[in-house]
Design a protein around this ligand. Sequence first.
Ligand code: ATP
Length: 237
Amino acid sequence: MLLEVKGLNTFYGNLHAIWDIDIQVHEKEIVALIGSNGAGKSTLLKTIAGSLPMQSGEIIYQGERFNPGHKRKANVMVHKGITLCPEGRHIFPRMTVAENLKRGGYIRQKGDMEAGFDRVYDLFPRLKERDGQMAGTLSGGEQQMLAIGRALMSGPKLLMLDEPSLGLSPLLTEKLFELILEIRNQGTTILLVEQNAVSALSIANRGYVLKVGHITQSGTGQELLESQDILASYLGA
Ligand code: ATP
């Protein structure tokens, strides 16, 4: 088991955003988190990443236990191998593609940085072609690739992707899901938040459904795809 979340609760002030969440992620799995807007998906990822504090519960990562008493910082979790690629990309528009990637690889040793670039440019040849271009001038799809590439530069064991298909055309979305599979096949475990439930569940080993802060269903990707409840609620059937 790579990651286990037990009884996790996160608040924004008085707002109780996620309630008693239990999830498990095994090595080299793709695990999908689906649910409608405001269900708490981003909150869960941010809490795991250490950018939001947990109110109660436990996060066990590679056997190391984190509870509310720990002063976890997101950069410490990056060093431990957990990287979040946030919703909305948040690339640096006035920096070049290569500079953005270098920022993502800040934890790497000098010699190791090259290996990071090689992996990212191999996955996303378009980024290599544009390595000297200002990131803000890239197309939406290229910016999304850059955001994922930058997250990969830290060499994560667990890559968390928050809504990577947002704003992409159906064709680019299809390509993106192929790339997510490829990243997993290279050995990176993936926790994937998606509105695009069919595509996400189609590539996921397992999935969880979040509804107003609670997990209401879990199963293999295939089981969830076949669930009448999910078909009705999330897949527009
Ligand atoms: P979306 O895809 O729309 O972001 P989500 O499932 O990721 O949906 P969250 O963003 O985690 O949902 O939001 C969960 C709840 O927490 C919602 O009620 C939301 O309004 C609230 N929330 C999110 N961020 C904040 C914040 N910074 N301050 C206060 N409340 C917040």
